[in-house]
Design a protein around this ligand. Sequence first.
Ligand code: MN
Length: 304
Amino acid sequence: MKPLIIPVPFAVSQYGQSATNTYKRILNNTSASPVMEKFNPSALLLNNCQLLEPIKFDKFIDKQNTMTPFLESAVDMQQNLAKAIQNNLNPKSKTLVLGGDHTISVGTGLGISRLLDMNKVGLIYVDAHGDCNTPDSSQSKCLTGYPVAVNFGLGHKELVEPFNQNYLHKVAYIGVRDIDEGEEKILHHISAKIFSNIDVELQGITQVLYSTMDYLSDCNYIWLSIDVDSLDSVYLQTGETDVPSSGGLTPREILAITKFVSDSKKHFLTEITQLNDLEVNTDMTRLFSRVAELSVNLGGFRYS
Ligand SMILES: [Mn+2]
């Protein structure tokens, strides 16, 4: 069975920035020269996947005086993405959900919740940030700060109630380094397992990955969610992601995480989020095309 790719060009939760065409860059990535293309034919490999039509959603006029901008658009995206997952996902095969910003995880999670017992699903969240705020704890009121909380049943009722009480129970963070005060209480409340950037530095990524899998050993299904800002900001160009953060992971650590997790029989779904449009292929396009390949078990580990 071919791996499934679902593009979700949803990026309305940040003002000004966009990640609406990023999936095209990742899927159509070509190398710097025809010679290099022979060694790194990313686009060719990803062509072996089943590609769904990009998820559509209504762009409601933002009411800037509401508590959370673009909430109605997010609800629409959540429903449409969940429906696509419900109708197409096979938990025994690999699926890649290509964002878009990290709000897409409210739709990915809802889709999974319609197919699987969420008690048996473990989330590995590779991000500089916790993304575990609620409208009460959030300072920015930005939707991209909510998706983990929503998957645990916390936050806007419009996003939470569709889960019908089938919420996630386990999340392990890797590379997290930017958490705010209210959010820390929520992370404690949901008993999140946190491997910070310092843990990765001191223990090494391999040890962190073994500990992560150990923590999720009672889960039958593993969902990997990667935010581009998990990378150290030194690797990113200006505007390449919305909230860059220093002191983060290296490209090779991101590749190692993806390879390690997708080699697990429990892993069934990966998300790539928060890579903005720069309208040119950058090092990040090439890196995340490679992450995309590895996430669906294509191409082997050529960077070793
Ligand atoms: Mn994020």
